[in-house]
Design a protein around this ligand. Structure first.
Ligand SMILES: Cc1ncc(COP(=O)(O)O)c(C=O)c1O
Length: 401
């Protein structure tokens, strides 16, 4: 009998970060040890565990038997604490504006489901985190990339945004700090972005601030805190700055300064009710993270920063590599300057994997056009592991000339 067909929209989905794991797993099955610098999961690397007070709160919730469904929009205590946290970032967020989801990723699916129709567009940074490209097409919408400037710290190219805006753009995305480049947008840049969106009445902004606790510049600013006109969906959660990505807890917080999101909010609430709720004990773990002292973050950030600095140093010494210094998150988007690799970063990644057993992600997986000739490296591994990886990358580049 012939195979049952897959829906075309599913067959089109690509997720480069996990796709490259398949050949790496095959090598591991043959007994090779792989240095994996591909995935932005702090728990996959030693030395950055989920803080114990959060784990304990999760466990205590389980021990109390809190294993039932939670309210669809999230536990009231957590919504209230998230709203307080957002108010601390400079905007008037109420608990009713906060909707707890299974991570930012589910929040994205819900926002897109509630706002996109056939013929509409999402304007997202190029390069970008892959779901911003993968999901909108499920609704007949299209993601258009606006340019981040590879030669200028991957800063937003506003002229490119302006040229690409039109009445079909429903959502303008800012990922800040950015994955995969690590760029942090300044408040002036955020104001410029808002003033562009302002000209298009049906345009809303997604501010993906999941890395805001990993800002090394001290300048990261909430987009909602700057917008007096354009509706903003602020996205954040427990995955990155709180080091618990496997808990699958995140949120969207709606900033609606001109009160135009009534119908969209109703759609979002219907969708949230239809998917029941997020994990109850995991919400209690996140609540502890928000309520208790965050002093522990300094030590974690210092570790990540020292690893970033080692990578920057090593890259500056290796012929064939260049990088813009990241201001936040835990990624760098490294440029391949050898002409052989500049046009085929995927082959670079696969050949490096097979020859030297180092796994990174090809830049074109984050944008076919704007990521080409780069690879993304996660600098969460310890310095000695990173150093070994750079020895191997250097050796590989020299041998492949
Ligand atoms: C920009 C960005 N947003 C969202 C996520 C995923 O967030 P969550 O784990 O809350 O779904 C990631 C994960 O890498 C990311 O890089």
């Amino acid at each position: 009998m012939s195979e049952i067909p897959v829906a075309e929209r599913a067959a089109r989905i690509e997720y480069a970060i996990r796709d490259v794991v398949i050949p790496a797993n095959a090598l591991e099955a043959e007994g090779h040890e792989i240095i994996k610098l591909n995935i932005g999961d702090p728990i996959a690397y030693p030395g950055l565990p989920t803080p114990t007070h959060m784990v304990r709160a999760f466990q205590d919730s389980l021990s109390r038997g809190e294993t039932g469904y939670s309210p669809s929009y999230g536990l009231p205590s957590l919504r209230s604490e998230i709203a307080k946290d957002e108010r601390g970032k400079g905007w008037n967020c109420s608990p009713d504006d906060v909707y707890v989801c299974h991570g930012v990723t589910e929040a994205l699916q819900i926002i897109f489901t509630a706002t996109l129709e056939s013929g509409t567009k999402v304007l997202a940074p190029g390069p970008h985190y892959p779901p911003y490209m993968a999901y909108p097409q499920l609704f007949g919408a299209e993601t258009i990339e606006y340019r981040l400037d590879a030669g200028d710290g991957w800063r937003v190219d506003f002229a490119d945004i302006e040229a690409k805006m039109d009445e079909s753009v429903r959502i303008l995305v800012l990922i800040n700090p950015n994955n995969p480049t690590g760029n942090v947008a300044s408040s002036d840049e955020i104001d410029r972005l808002i003033s562009i969106a302002e000209k298009w009445p049906n345009c809303m902004i997604i501010a993906d601030e999941i890395y805001d606790e990993l800002d090394f510049t001290g300048t990261q600013t909430s987009v909602a805190s700057r917008s007096k006109s354009v509706p903003v969906f602020t996205l954040n959660g427990v995955s990155k700055g709180y080091y618990a990505p496997g808990w699958r807890i995140g949120y969207m917080a709606l900033h609606d300064p001109t009160k135009r999101l009534g119908a969209v909010r109703d759609g979002i609430e219907r969708l949230l009710r239809s998917r029941l709720c997020a994990s109850t004990p995991a919400q209690m773990g996140y609540l502890a993270g928000l309520e208790q002292s965050r002093d522990w973050m300094q030590e974690y950030t210092q570790k990540v920063l020292s690893q970033r600095d080692l990578c920057l140093q090593r890259i500056s010494e290796i012929d064939g590599l260049e990088v813009e210094s990241p201001g936040g998150a835990f990624y760098m988007f490294v440029r391949l300057t050898d002409s052989k690799w500049a046009t085929d970063d995927k082959k670079f990644v696969l050949d490096l994997l097979h020859n030297e057993h180092v796994l990174v992600v090809h830049g074109s997986g984050f944008s076919k056009e704007m990521g080409l000739g780069h690879f993304r490296l996660v600098y969460l591994a310890d310095c000695d592991v990173l150093s070994e990886a750079f020895d191997r990358i250097d050796r590989f580049l020299q041998r492949s000339r």
